[in-house]
Write a protein that binds this ligand. Sequence first.
Ligand code: 2P0
Length: 346
Amino acid sequence: MSIHVASITAPVNIATLKYWGKRDADLNLPTNSSISVTLSQDDLRTLTSAACSAQFTEDKLWLNGEEESLGSKRTQDCLADLRQMRQQMEQADSALEPMSQWKLHIVSENNFPTAAGLASSAAGFAALVTAIAKLYSLPQDMSELSMVARKGSGSACRSLFGGFVAWEMGQLADGTDSKAVQVASREQWPEMKAVILVVSDEKKDTSSTQGMQLTVRTSDLFQERIKTVVPQRFDEMKRAIVARDFEMFAELTMKDSNSFHATCLDSYPPIFYINDTSKKVIRLCHAINAYFNRNVVAYTFDAGPNAVMYYLQENESKLLPFFYPLLSTVEGWGTKFTAETLQGFE
Ligand code: 2P0
């Protein structure tokens, strides 16, 4: 039996300018552009292998060792796009094997807890799409493939690039201009580091998709956020990254996390992602920055209570005394996350 196989890893990304809100839920088209930092492959990543063969009788997926349904619309949309791209190649070159007609077997593994609210869907869909693109030898570039990953999970489109990445929301109704682009590579600002404080590894209460829909429908503050706040911040943050201006990057990152969580609180009924422990981390970061009289650390929170903090390598030794009680390891610009809980932290 002839089987073709390709494997790839895709990293987690953590937004510094948050994606929150869809203008088209089918195509995962966002109401605003966003920016993220892609973490190191050594830290949090998904490893995916995709295989196809004329002998396979159905599409199958194994996630962290368990067989899972491949039937979700999002996954089906990604597979359909990738098969169509492959089919176009096969039509142009009859010597190619008809892989687009063959069934796929996909094996995917995270090296971190899937349900811990650590952006597993972003790395998962990014790995799924790039593994199959590699298997099919697709000629599309990463921005083009990011539009396929976006259909799987919005934030996944940003995990196709390393370094600092923008997801341009686009204007078109068919989503063909809603894609990820790289703002700066990791090498352009190698001193940037991140650390994740795992406050809770429980699955979040309100899924991102449901939360976004509720916010779009009910929050007045959200309207202000997408009309005036984010468009300006998007340009400012890109400029701060290119100029390696940590002071500005940190301020924009913290403000945008707070703005996003404010729209969650302004939703009706309200959505609470950060908890009292998260708020202690926020206060600690502001106290540290006030102590040094400049921004040496920036916090950000996604759809859950876990804190991600960004800082420059040169300040790590200054920050460690503050964070040491909370951390088991701090290493790499990527991250080490600690299972130690912060519940007791005052
Ligand atoms: C982000 N989040 O920019 C924001 C910040 C959470 C808070 O993208 O419905 O899993 O699959 O498009 O990408 C989480 O939402 O949502 C997210 P879907 P996704 O990273």
